[in-house]
Design a protein around this ligand. Structure first.
Ligand code: DNO
Length: 350
């Protein structure tokens, strides 16, 4: 595995210089943030980003994300134009030698939480998801602002989107995903870019909108849409692990054996009953996911791809982008690197 860290570009309060100082850190996971969703990324902007990262002594291991326009997910006639742009972006990323692209296919909302600063017993704060609170939230009230949400949507735009999604059930969303995948994957293959779809976070329907990248059966259905190792997965422990019936380490092992894991997000969460959960420190004892089993599955399969610590808590008085502070993510990365070293050494001594 190769350890990486998410960096939100030049406006990120955490500079690349700090990231480089985290022990074991090699890769940067980033994106271009000032191009509207749906437009193609020009080669010169991609090259500029690559140079910025390389000048800091790191390299881009993954682009997270190249977002998919809602018209593609809804299946509107305008989707073909946006798919052509997506292909253009993939060609340009290929030309720049970017090896991997993470994206998701969640209708309207990306990751969703009910609270961003929940205080844990040790005084740190974390992102949490409480099922009952989410059920009571109305995204159309125009009063909500949460980290994974695109704040550029106005209330009216949201209403139009929700109206479109009235005609999109799970099977329709699958058909639209298949249409997209069959169109882009030949280009990704030619450009030598590994695609890594991110699971839905959390992995079940919210606000009445369908979600399909949610469990083992659906991940299997997804990889079978197009037979190429480049048509792969981001195995995100915190997202898939939020569904109590998903055994994340077992799923990871299964898809590693199939050669379809192109990126790993490692985060621990504590299941707190029903479908509620709290994000916790990475170390296994703080959450419901066995992080050692994750590293072991990767070591058993000689996984050489990228991994990054996912969200961290806010500790030591740090403030910043919810889930994306420096300190706790750096601790998480170092812990995972330690587990990996132990796994490697125990193999050598056998
Ligand atoms: C949350 C992230 C997601 C992820 C996208 C990928 O912190 O894991 O926002 O980047 O879903 O497209």
């Amino acid at each position: 595995m190769e350890m990486g860290f998410r960096w939100y570009g030049k406006t990120d309060s955490i500079p690349l210089e700090y990231i480089r100082q985290i022990p074991g850190m090699k890769g940067i996971v980033t994106a271009i943030y000032d191009i509207p969703v749906g437009e193609a990324w020009p080669l010169d902007k991609v090259m500029e980003l690559k140079k910025t990262v390389e000048d800091a002594g790191l390299h881009i291991s993954v682009i997270e994300s190249v977002p998919v326009h809602e018209d593609i997910k809804i299946g509107l006639p305008t989707r073909d134009k946006y798919i052509e742009n997506y292909k253009e972006t993939l060609r340009n990323l290929g030309k720049a030698g970017i090896p991997c692209v993470c994206y998701n296919f969640m209708p309207i909302f990306d990751w969703t939480r009910s609270e961003l600063e929940y205080e844990l017993p040790d005084g740190s704060t974390a992102l949490i998801f409480e099922e009952e609170k989410i059920k009571k939230m109305d995204p159309l009230s125009g009063e909500l602002s949460l980290p994974g949400w695109d704040s550029s949507y106005k209330k009216e735009d949201l209403q139009v989107l929700f109206d479109h999604y009235k005609n999109v059930d799970h099977e329709k969303l699958w058909a639209n995903l298949e249409y997209f995948i069959k169109a882009i994957m030949p280009v990704a293959d030619e450009a030598n870019v590994k695609m890594a779809i991110h699971p839905d976070d959390p992995p079940y329907d919210i606000f009445g909108l369908p979600r399909i990248i949610t469990n083992k059966e659906n991940l299997e259905r997804f990889i079978n849409l197009y037979d190429s190792p480049n048509n792969g997965l981001t195995m995100c422990s915190g997202s898939l692990g939020a569904e109590p019936s998903n055994n994340f380490p077992e799923m990871l092992r299964y898809f590693l054996e199939k050669g379809r894991v192109n990126f790993v997000h490692a985060r621990n969460i504590k299941l707190t009953g029903g479908k509620s959960f709290q994000e916790s420190a990475h170390v296994s004892e703080y959450g419901s996911i066995d992080m050692y089993e994750i590293i072991k599955a990767m070591a058993d399969n000689n996984y050489t791809g990228p991994i990054r610590p996912d969200h961290g808590r806010m500790i030591w008085g740090e403030t910043g982008k919810p889930g994306y502070g420096l300190f706790d993510r750096a601790l998480g990365a170092t812990y995972l690197t330690g587990l990996w070293e132990a796994e490697q050494k125990s193999r050598q001594s056998k």
